[in-house]
Write a protein that binds this ligand. Structure first.
Ligand SMILES: Nc1ncnc2c1ncn2[C@@H]1O[C@H](COP(=O)(O)OP(=O)(O)OP(=O)(O)O)[C@@H](O)[C@H]1O
Ligand SMILES: [Mg+2]
Ligand SMILES: [Mg+2]
Length: 645
């Protein structure tokens, strides 16, 4: 494949968007004016102008751009546009403020309080019309994916595979862990801050100008969906991989009228307050993305769910196929970049979706004409499957920032974080299996395989982990302790989640010596960015939810209620347990201490990480393996802190 470096874009002129010619894999420059392909209304607004984001000229918007710089990463071309100084972090923070104002404060399952005359999907179509996008989104070549678990992973595999096939990709996933821009990827890379702000303020101001009592402003997820469509249209992606937000039938993404192919990942119990209490009801929502005569794929499902999917597909004359989990031999010695056995299910689905997409768009034969071996996965597929990246799903982070530079590596213990944002019973099961298998791998061999490190890491992180593995193999034997760091949203059933986790881990010999219950930093009513300030002030934080999690834990582990009397709860949570707590056997526990034998409430996440680091620093003979799970917010917060503390 040829990559051509271009820097011939006029600095103050029309942005020409570079893209792949998908047919012969060559890189070409589209000489059409990207903006001129879009309605001139896109350029007529004030906020962006006030913020200096746009120059308006005769109804056509011109971004202020400096020369694009092309970075080559493996077989992909990555384009970076370095904008002038018009975007500052403060402008990014004001975008976050604006986004936060779109969060509709309501309890899950309650009917929306958006008001207005129209239903959600009618509103979505009207918003798209305001932005002049309605015809353009019909031209996007979409892979649309619903399901209870594995949507994000499946979409990420699809994106990586098709990018490796030489296509220009757009990927829209949810939720994000640290920064909202994670939800929008162009050619495998998170959208740049400049581009994000540009599109954000255009959407924002046009919608704000046109809202009325009948058509109120779009709530958060609808807004983000519209933004994704706008970005993908503007970026002229060859393929848009779109993850459903919640359910299917009524999801904001379901304005896609004619996707190229649809996928439904593993179905299970989540969001029952919105989707219903039975698997049949849940499946019926997910099947709501099927479209007349459009091929659909799913994974093996329980029969109640499969029956519904098949019924719906039949009604729509949509050919539905079941994609088998990817057989490991097909990888020809490579490893899936996302860890855990469940990822073979997602990978199998992604392969079927991509093959179908390539065939239906006429690309399959053009790209793989020389590759006659139907049974084998094309090289590009293997590259995609072994490099796709998604943070916070079965991700391992070795933390060594506590080790002082002068001290030898061996003078402190190991601290390893295992992060997985599981928050439904089925995903907790997948998470427990993964955690047990990787810590077991550690117990059985001094060197764990790199396959246990998922693709959420960047190259730098992978290399750091490899160095760590190498160092570790030279070190004396360490005693491993498994610790749980947990929080979940109040709408979840912690009893079910924790019990599932404990039982599955126990069945393969993994036992948590302690559980730490901690409040998340992220606020559900605020969209924050990677650079937002981490609040350290914990005074007045209500920890009653964490105390109730602890009570569930105590009941599961020792069949008894926690020893806490309610009055001491608030006081005890103000203080961290002594460092010996981490290593103390439960039998050493003395009633009367302000933490229990098996668990503790931690006053804040930053303090918890510091405390864990201090504990490990003092004790060279231990390896503390911390499973962080229950909430993607918690996982995101931990990742943010590990990178920044
Ligand atoms: N096929 C699967 N079966 C069971 N659990 C899975 C599967 N795939 C992923 N998981 C679990 O679900 C978690 C989230 O994975 P992923 O982000 O791919 O799913 P999602 O459907 O996008 O989730 P969300 O509802 O958070 O958007 C993973 O961390 C893992 O614990
Ligand atoms: Mg979900
Ligand atoms: Mg998701």
């Amino acid at each position: 494949m040829m990559h051509v470096l271009t820097n011939s874009v006029p600095k103050w002129g029309i942005p020409r968007s570079p893209h792949f010619d998908t047919i012969d894999h060559s890189f070409s420059i589209c000489t059409r004016c990207s903006f001129s392909c879009l309605p001139t209304s896109l350029a007529t607004h004030d906020i962006a102008r006030n913020k200096g984001l746009l120059h308006i000229k005769e109804g056509c918007a011109f971004t202020i751009m400096s020369f694009p710089v092309i970075e080559k990463t493996e077989s992909n071309v990555v384009i970076k546009e370095y904008a002038e100084d018009f975007t500052s972090s403060s402008s990014y923070e004001s975008a976050m403020e604006a986004l936060s104002s779109l969060i509709t404060i309501r309890k899950r399952g309650e009917k929306t309080q958006i008001g207005g005359r129209y239903k959600k999907l009618e509103r979505m179509l009207m918003y798209l019309k305001i932005l002049g996008l309605e015809d353009h989104i019909a031209e996007l070549k979409v892979i649309h994916v619903a399901g209870t678990k594995g949507k994000g992973s499946t979409c990420t595999f699809c994106e990586a595979i098709l990018r490796e096939c030489g296509l220009r990709t757009g990927l829209f996933t949810s939720p994000h862990l640290i920064d909202v821009r994670e939800r929008f990827r162009i050619n495998g890379l998170e959208i740049s801050e400049d581009k994000f702000l540009h599109h954000f303020w255009e959407c924002w101001s046009l919608l704000k100008e046109n809202v009325s009592d009948d058509l109120p402003m779009a709530p958060l997820f609808q807004f983000l969906t519209i933004l994704a469509f706008k970005i993908f249209v503007y970026e002229q992606v060859d393929v848009a991989v779109i993850e459903v937000g919640l359910g299917g039938t009524k999801d904001s993404t379901n304005v896609i009228k004619e996707p190229v192919v649809c996928g439904v990942t593993s179905l299970g119990f989540d969001h029952m307050e919105t989707l219903g209490n039975t698997l049949r009801m849940i499946a019926s929502h997910k099947a709501g993305i099927f479209k007349s005569q459009i091929p659909a794929f799913t994974v093996p499902q329980l029969s109640e769910a499969m029956d519904i999917l098949q019924e719906r597909a039949l009604q729509l004359a949509a050919p539905l196929e079941v994609a088998a989990p990817l057989p490991i031999e097909k990888l020809r010695g490579l490893k899936l970049s996302l860890s855990g056995d469940h990822q073979f299910i997602n990978a199998g689905l992604a392969v079927s979706l991509c093959k179908c997409w390539l065939q239906r768009t006429g690309n399959w034969e053009k790209i793989f004409h020389k590759d006659g071996k139907e049974a084998e996965l094309p090289e590009a597929f293997l590259r995609g499957l072994s490099t796709a990246q998604l943070s916070g799903r079965a991700q391992i982070v070795y933390d060594n920032s506590y080790a002082s530079s002068e001290a030898s590596e061996n003078s402190s213990g190991d601290l390893v974080f295992y992060l997985d944002g599981a928050h439904s019973p089925e995903s907790m099961e997948a998470c427990a299996k993964w955690f047990s298998s990787v810590v077991k791998g550690n117990r059985n061999s001094s060197q764990s395989s790199l396959s246990s490190m998922n693709g959420g890491e960047n190259m730098e992180e992978v290399l750091r982990n490899m160095r760590h593995e190498k160092e570790k193999s030279k070190q004396p034997y360490k005693i491993s302790k498994q610790i749980l760091l947990f929080n979940c949203m109040e709408v979840r059933d912690p009893q079910v989640l924790l019990r599932r986790l404990v039982n599955i881990c126990a069945s393969s010999g993994t036992h948590f010596s302690k559980a730490l219950f901690v409040p998340s930093i992220s606020m559900y009513n605020k969209v924050t960015s990677g650079s937002s300030i981490v609040p350290l002030d914990i005074s007045g934080k209500d920890l009653s939810w964490q105390f109730s999690l602890q009570r569930h834990w105590e009941r599961i582990i020792c069949g008894a209620d926690s020893v806490h009397d309610k009055n001491s709860e608030m006081d005890s949570a103000r203080t961290l347990p002594p460092r010996t707590f981490l290593y103390e056997a439960a039998s050493h526990y003395c009633p009367g201490k302000d933490y229990s034998a098996y668990s503790a409430i931690m006053p804040s996440l930053p303090l918890t990480i510091k405390w864990l680091r201090d504990c490990v620093k003092e004790n060279p003979s231990v390896r503390v393996q911390v499973l962080v799970t229950g909430s993607l917010h918690l996982v995101g917060d931990v990742l943010k802190l590990l990178k920044r503390i």
